[in-house]
Every structure is written in structure tokens, then in C-alpha cells.
Design a protein around this ligand. Sequence first.
Ligand code: HSE
Length: 436
Amino acid sequence: MAEALRVGIAGLGTVGSSLLKMLDNKGTELTRQCGREIMPVAVSARDRNRNRGVDLTSAKWFDDPVELAQSSDIEVFVELIGGQDGAALASVRAALEAGRHVVTANKALLSKHGVELAAIAEEKGVLLNYEAAVAGGIPVIKTMREAMAGNHVSRVFGIMNGTANYILTRMEAEGIGFEECLKDAQRLGYAEADPTFDIEGHDTAHKLSILTSLAFGCEISADNIYMEGISNITQADIRAASELGFRIKLLGVAQKTESGIEQRVHPTMVPVSSVIAQVHGVTNAVAIETDMLGELLLSGPGAGGDATASAVIGDIADIAKSRPGFQHGPVFGWPAKELAPYKRARMRAHAGGYFIRLTVHDRTGVFAAIATRMADSDISLESIVQHGEATVEAHKTVILVTHETTEAAVRKAVDGITEDGHLTTKPQVIRIERAE
Ligand code: HSE
């Protein structure tokens, strides 16, 4: 049998601790599958004394993850530190420069430095594997990078943040408040260290930017993503969505348009009959539309220690099985040097349907004024209804659903309605996404 694969792990939080437990529990199976043992020989974390429920006595401890990354004791450096720069960047860069294979779950890091790191990995002839960085345990990276060669992708979209989906699901199913749901998501180990990353869409944007590069062969461009989070979604939106046959999901969407690539993350109304609307709780789902496949949908656990550790182990196992001297494929499906510059489509040109919820003064002429503003912007309405539901006696809720229009037209109409002085609160605008 070949020599054991020596692995160093930096970062022993939820995922790191699960990884060590799983490597221990599944050692015999993994050795049979890979033809060699996977041995965690060294670790690094911030706090040496914390009880993680794993035995670290046989692993060498490093206070500095960069030192671990460069250590000749290891062949594979697993980065589970997190964060876009700092220790994560320094250690991954150091590991690649030193000719170590790298496995990372760090979407924030790759969304900013992925192309640079891929170029180093490709030059050094080592692997940079990152299955756990997008959609937790779902093998979406391997699918897009390895199983879809030759396919022309037109759109990739999905639910890529388990925390946000968990919150929206419970808000709808149990009618409970946002804060309570978030606390539970944190307790279950789903949320980021800073949960605003989950709620405000940053985490989805990081993941989307990686899928965009794989889908369209372009450079990663997370700064060019239009982003709105779910913190403004209320029970009133959830109820109105349900009455209209929709469900609200935080989606990341990347699609090719005539003017460039559109990347956006925002709360989205999806038809309640669509497959993506049935994705509940911490589950993620990614849909990929291509010329050869039609629509491919991958669904599974998107966060949590064991699910994410599963993806990390898959990446380590690939390295354990790889043959010395064998040329590895490019990190983002195309050689890093050949990734095309990113061309951004303007969000104002986005075409689609819109849900607009307005709270208005209950007085004559309001409906007519709203309809006029819509007509002035060339927006055709699918429905306009007045809801009895309002928090204040003299206020009424008006809900509009548009036929396909543009973002620019909707913004113009909503600005006009606001100027007319009929609104009592900020208008709520939620995009509708076509989904089967
Ligand atoms: N905080 C992330 C989520 C973890 O909730 O999806 C997985 O990336």
C-alpha cells in the first residue's frame, strides 16, 4: 500500500472538528477507497485549550497556520480558518508556493483571490480543491468543473445560503420572527462568524461569483454582484407571496445577457409549484441551465459541520487517489490565464416580473395615481389588489404584480409613486424569477 497522505488542518471550528471526527470514524473505509491512509498529522487553531470533542494528542500543534502550510511534514494543507484575507490568504498562498496541495472551504477567500491562487496552483502543478466552499455538501464544483465540459451554460441560480433559507422557511411555516430563527441557525452551526454575511447576501454572492466563473469561463468578480439581503422581508411579504402562489427565497442568479453577465443576489418570488420552492430549511439547491442538458438541479445540505466536512473529505480523497506526475486539471475549469475578463450587465437592464407592496393612505385617487405611474413607465400589470390588511386604520396595502418589464422601468414608477405622496412607508419591491 502507498504511504499515508499527510494532512495539516488549519481552523478547528464547526467544520474542522467534524472533519477530524469523520476522518477518525471513517478511516478504514477511506483507506480502502483511496489505497492509502489519510492521516491528519498537524493542526493549527486560535485556541489550543478549547475542548472540541476530538483527540489532538497525535497531531503536531502549530500556533502559526503559515508555518503549518509550509511544513515539510504535510502534503495537503486544509484551510478552514475563514475570512477573505489575513491568515487564510497568507497560509493558502504559502502552501501553494511551497508545492502543497490545498483544500479550502473558504468562499470569501476564493471570491477575492481565487484567480491569483489558481494561477499559483496551476504553475506549481498542485491541486486547489474547494468543493465545500459552495453549497456545503452538494458536489456542485465537481459537477460544473468536471462533468459539464462542452456545455454552454445560459443561467445558474439557486439557494446557496442555508442560514437564510432556514430563516425564511421557519418564518413562513411557523410565523415566527427573524431574530429567533437566526439564533437557532447560529446554535445549529449554520451561520457565518458574522451572520450579516448570511442575511445580507454576501455569503451567497461569494458562492455565486465562483459558480459564475465555472459557468462562463470568466474571471471571478464578486464586486460586480447586485446584492440585497432578507432582513427587510416581513410576515406581510410572506403572506402576500403565499396568497399569490409564490414563495420567497434568497436566490443567487448568474445569467448571460446581450449586454454581459448579470449577477444578482436578492430575495426572490418563485412559483410555489417550482422545484426550488420546495427546498426548505438548511437545504441548498443549484440549478444549471445548459444547451446540452436543459436544466440540471442539485440539492442537498448546504451548511453544518458534517455536510461540509463530507465535501472536504471528498477533496482530500481526490488528492489521495491522484497519481504522482499526473497533470491536474485547471482550478476553475479553464486555465487561470485564459479566464476572460468579466463583463457586467447593468442591473437597470434586468428583465423580469416584479412584486410591489405599497402601504398607502386610504383616500380617493390613490389607485388611479399608481396605475398612471405604471402606465407612464410602460409597465403592464398582471394584478393589482387592495388588501384589507394594514397596521393603521387609515392605511391600506396595495399589491401589484407586473408582467415582464425592466428594473429601470420599475424604479422609475416606484420613484414616481413615492413622489406623489400617497405612501406611508417605504415601498417593498421583490423580483420574480422564472423557475420550473
Ligand atoms: N453560513 C453558510 C450558510 C455556511 O448558512 O450557508 C455554508 O457556507
